[in-house]
Design a protein around this ligand. Sequence first.
Ligand code: XMP
Length: 326
Amino acid sequence: NWTTGNILEEQVERIRQQIGDSKVICGLSGGVDSAVAAALVQRAVGDQLTCVFVDHGLLREGEAEQVERDFVAATGVNLYVANEQERFLNALAGVSDPETKRKIIGREFIRAFEEAERAIIAQAAAEGEKIKFLVQGTLYPDVVESGGGEGAANIKSHHNVGGLPEDLQFELVEPLRALFKDEVRAVGAQLGLPQEIVGRQPFPGPGLGIRIVGEVNKERLDLLRKADAIARAELTAAGLDNDVWQMPVVLLADVRSVGVQGDGRTYGHPIVLRPVSSEDAMTADWSRLPYDLLARISNRITNEVDGVNRVVLDVTSKPPGTIEWE
Ligand code: XMP
């Protein structure tokens, strides 16, 4: 009989027992999972926790600020920020294969994170302290889909589960490992995290890097960020945030189609809207969003985002489609 209250109490108690009076480190991805995991650990052991935010430049509009400003304000956590946008762009240059992109982002993320770790370890050592633990915001569905469950196949490489280095010198703290997303949100709300963080749609670790079909570059990221911000703003304005599980917005950077705008012919890229309903992301159905909302999103994106002349709707369930396009 799990209620949010006793999940919280039980996890806080478990975390205290596991960590004792050691130092602990936690990566924040910008997503709800790592935010709630970090807030739980902060609640359990306070200043023993240092959070690390590697800004890979693949987040959506406003998300880096939500971590650096709003999350810190809500929790009072110690935060170390690594600005690594250039590094990820360089590593991704010329790459379009989805699994290769995922591997590169996962690898660079781990390297950048380890560099940040070293800085924090050195600082702790100067104070005569050692960092023994690493917090991970792994959820139950991540465990299952990455092959951690009973006989499940590795469908896509989820870098927050499978990609840890083998010589890991930390013991893992995984307070969300038995939870589904709705339980994580409830625990986050209970912990006093702001609604923009707790109510945030699930967002993949590799970020917008796997929502650009084709090569990733700064220009395409900026374009996709604009289109995504419009789609999200309109969904929120329509009061339908709670009717969708998530709505990936995807740029088909390798596809162009002919259009007409003003007096001229255009030859631009399509944007795909992928709103889905789901309980746990293991299966999903496409959301039947109102036509007038879809029309508003389409009009605004084609009018306001340079280089986009078409908006299309993905009407595929999972299976056979996955939620993300890559
Ligand atoms: P798919 O595309 O496999 O996605 O149907 C299922 C859910 O997982 C999210 N997703 C990820 N989450 N790291 C994550 O933390 C990842 O690499 C990753 N790839 C997909 C996806 O957004 C959906 O919610």
